[in-house]
Design a protein around this ligand. Structure first.
Ligand code: SAH
Length: 294
């Protein structure tokens, strides 16, 4: 399998500024709204101007072409926001969840920048991991309570009948709990499924999984989708076996691993009925996922 190129899939139409910045009270969503549309592409630039004027010599002289100017501006804007997205993306992969939470709390508008860029990148992936997870949930029990850790645009909550706790760093949607997901306000042993879809970003990612372990009921599912290259030892990534082993040591069994997608790997774990956390767990470092410049 060729090493994956990060870029792609996705979708998230992201929230507007000014959302709840602090951790909210528990809330859940079980709406069935259609998935949010993709971020709108930049407006098409107008065709090059054909207007010409005569100068003193009587010769036709081209006026500045407004269409070209605006298309150049569009390109420059796209390039700048792409660069800004990549900077924020790198930041999220190289700081702790708490630092990321504080960072976006100081300027929630940056979160929109991040998610617009993320959506653009994801639109190039042949398959969206979040859709695979949504379909998996749909084929199981609608009475299961779900926690979507790092929910993004809360696509899971919008597309399944289950009760879903959507969790992310910033929210202006009352159904999304804004917090660092290492410390959620969910009760212990209260959910049947914990999802991490491309969201194990912080340097302290094991603490997110520990939190999922806390809130999951015995026998509950832990579903993880991660970017393939982060778990590709031939490419500087972590060994997926070591990653699974660490989660098994946390008290889970690996039920299945889905490697068939080009861009991501899916893991399905279940919390053991009598789970016990190993004294010391050797967590592999997950390398940052750096998206291609487009
Ligand atoms: N799961 C969504 C979004 C993936 S992008 C999807 O598949 O579409 C990763 C998300 O994880 C981002 O929205 C980011 O804000 C969130 N995230 C990363 N670290 C987090 C943390 N410590 N606490 C809460 N959310 C976090």
């Amino acid at each position: 399998m060729e090493p994956p190129q990060e870029s792609a899939a996705g979708g998230r139409k992201r929230r507007r500024r000014g959302g709840a910045r602090n951790r909210r009270k528990l809330s859940s969503s079980s709406q069935q709204a259609p998935p949010s549309p993709e971020a709108a592409p930049p407006p098409p630039s107008s065709p090059p101007s054909k207007r010409r004027r005569k100068d003193g010599t009587g010769q036709a002289t081209a006026t500045p072409k407004r269409g070209n100017t605006s298309s150049l501006l569009d390109k420059m804007r796209a390039r700048l926001s792409g660069g800004h997205f990549r900077m924020l993306n790198e930041k999220l992969y190289t700081c702790s969840g708490q630092d990321a939470f504080d960072y976006f709390k100081n300027d929630p508008t940056l979160f929109d920048v991040y998610h617009t860029g993320y959506q653009e990148q994801m639109s190039h992936w042949p398959e969206q991991p979040v859709n695979v997870i949504i379909n998996w949930l749909k084929s199981h029990n609608t009475s299961w309570t779900v926690a979507d850790f790092g929910c993004g645009n809360a696509a899971v909550a919008k597309n399944v009948k289950n009760k879903v706790f959507s969790i992310d760093l910033v929210s202006d949607d009352p159904s999304v709990i804004a917090c660092d997901m290492a410390h959620t306000p969910l009760d212990q042993s209260s959910v049947d499924v914990a999802i991490f879809c491309l969201s194990l970003m912080g340097t302290n990612y094991p603490s997110y999984l520990e939190e999922a372990n806390r809130v999951l009921k015995p026998g509950g599912w832990l579903v993880i989708a991660e970017v393939r290259s982060r778990l590709d030892p031939n490419n500087g990534g972590a060994d997926p076996e070591k990653f699974s082993k660490a989660i098994i040591q946390l008290g889970f069994s690996l039920v299945s691993k889905d490697m068939k997608n080009k861009m991501f790997i899916l893991f399905y774990f279940r919390k053991k009925e009598k789970s016990k956390v190993a004294k010391s767990i050797d967590w592999p470092q997950l390398k940052a996922c750096i998206y291609k410049r487009r």
